[in-house]
Design a binder for this molecule. Structure first.
Ligand SMILES: [Zn+2]
Length: 390
């Protein structure tokens, strides 16, 4: 079977596929030897060895000092590079931007993670990102291979143009990945924030089928099915937040009234808390106040939870993913809120889905998702995946 499929491929393409197979094996298995890679992929040791040399030269993998012993020649242990190269993840959100830096193995250097207030102009946003990235890029003996940029809103199918962002209009009709590439001089990709979260959670849960509901600022939906992002760059699935649920409701950032995202988010909760206490508070402050005294904000929590349950039921009825991951902060206020949401959403789901679609709290940030996105992009650039039935 292997020869039947691969004999028609051009040698150059086959070489690139083998390089991809090497990094995918290290991604899924962790540090292993050349012999292990050959065994796992079913590719001959000689071909693996040649591909390993090429990805070593490209800086994607490193040889560690550890050696394996046993029958035959001792072999060095290989791993995805994390000392000589790095990648950067950036998320731009309505209140804050977050930046992280990490290795090709997906590890994040937590001590370097940082946040800054989101600038209100596009030019200042690019300048701030460059200012914070520059010390990382200028680190001696470490090469930066790429940057992933997570943004809310709609992104053109080309993956370059931001079309429209209801809560972040300073990025509308811009080409941020192109502009950052010009400034920084390395590969930069733009990724929609819900897609970014999906990629991060896929790595965290090793799951190939999941949905993410991001209720932190707006209300967004991302879906991975069979390991692939659904409707990458542009498409209906991620605009769950702009479905009208209250025709006479509050005006939304998109211009309509009563969109689900005006009722089911951390931002909604902050507005309700502001009304209650008679002054405007940020999401940070609203969550802090409610965490200190949950009983005082019981009705505000309940009101948001009701609409969040509608978002969960919609997602279950449309996609029935085995896992729905909730990204936001309201559910952290008291420990049992995730269970409350599960039972409240079950009532609204179609009966066959009531016991399905397990709910979990997100463990990832959008900046981590942006980093996962640039890693996937770099690996995809190496070459296509080997056919699975080889
Ligand atoms: Zn809307």
């Amino acid at each position: 079977m292997k020869n039947a499929i691969t004999s028609n491929l051009r040698p150059q393409l086959l070489g690139r596929m083998t390089q991809r197979a090497v990094v995918e094996a290290l991604k899924s298995q962790g540090p292993i030897s050349r012999a292990d890679i050959a065994r796992i992929t079913g590719i001959s040791p000689t071909t693996v060895s040649s591909a390993v040399t090429q990805v070593l030269n490209a800086g994607y993998i490193e040889e560690t000092d550890a050696e394996i012993s046993g029958p035959g020649r001792p072999g060095k242990i290989l791993r995805l590079a994390r000392e000589s190269v790095q990648v950067i993840g950036v998320s731009v959100e309505p209140e804050w931007c977050e930046m992280v830096v990490g290795g090709l193995d997906g590890s994040i250097y937590e001590e370097h993670s940082l946040r800054f207030l989101t600038p209100n102009t596009y030019a200042r946003l690019l300048a701030e990102i460059e200012k914070h990235a520059r010390p990382w890029i200028d680190t001696p003996d470490v090469k930066t291979l790429g940057l992933g940029l997570s943004l809310p809103g709609l992104i053109d199918p080309s993956g370059e143009l931001t079309v429209f962002s209801p809560n972040l209009h300073q990025t509308d009709d811009q080409h941020p990945s192109h502009d950052l590439r010009d400034r920084l001089g390395f590969s930069t990709i733009l990724i929609q924030e819900n897609d970014a979260l999906c990629l991060a959670e896929r790595r965290a849960h090793l799951a190939e089928d999941l949905a993410i509901i991001d209720y932190s600022g707006g209300l967004g939906l991302g879906v991975i099915t069979g390991g692939r992002l659904l409707g990458r760059h542009i498409g209906l699935p991620r605009e769950l937040g702009h479905i009208t649920v209250d025709p006479k409701g509050t005006v939304c950032g998109c211009g309509n009234r009563g969109c689900l995202e005006t009722l089911a988010t951390d931002a909604t909760f902050a507005r309700r808390v502001s009304l209650k206490i008679g002054r405007t508070v940020t999401i940070d402050e609203a969550i802090r106040l409610a965490t200190d005294d949950p009983a005082a904000f019981h009705s505000e929590i309940e009101a948001v939870l009701d609409y969040l349950a509608i978002a969960v039921a919609m997602t279950a009825n449309l996609f029935a993913p085995p896992l729905i991951i909730m990204h936001g902060r309201l559910l952290n206020i008291v420990p049992n809120l995730l269970d409350c949401l599960t039972s409240r959403a079950a009532v609204r789901k179609l009966r066959p889905f009531r016991e399905k679609c397990r709910l979990l709290q997100s463990t990832s940030t959008k900046a981590q998702g942006a980093l996962a996105g640039i890693l996937d992009h770099l690996f995809e650039e190496l070459g296509p995946l080997m056919p699975t039935n080889v």
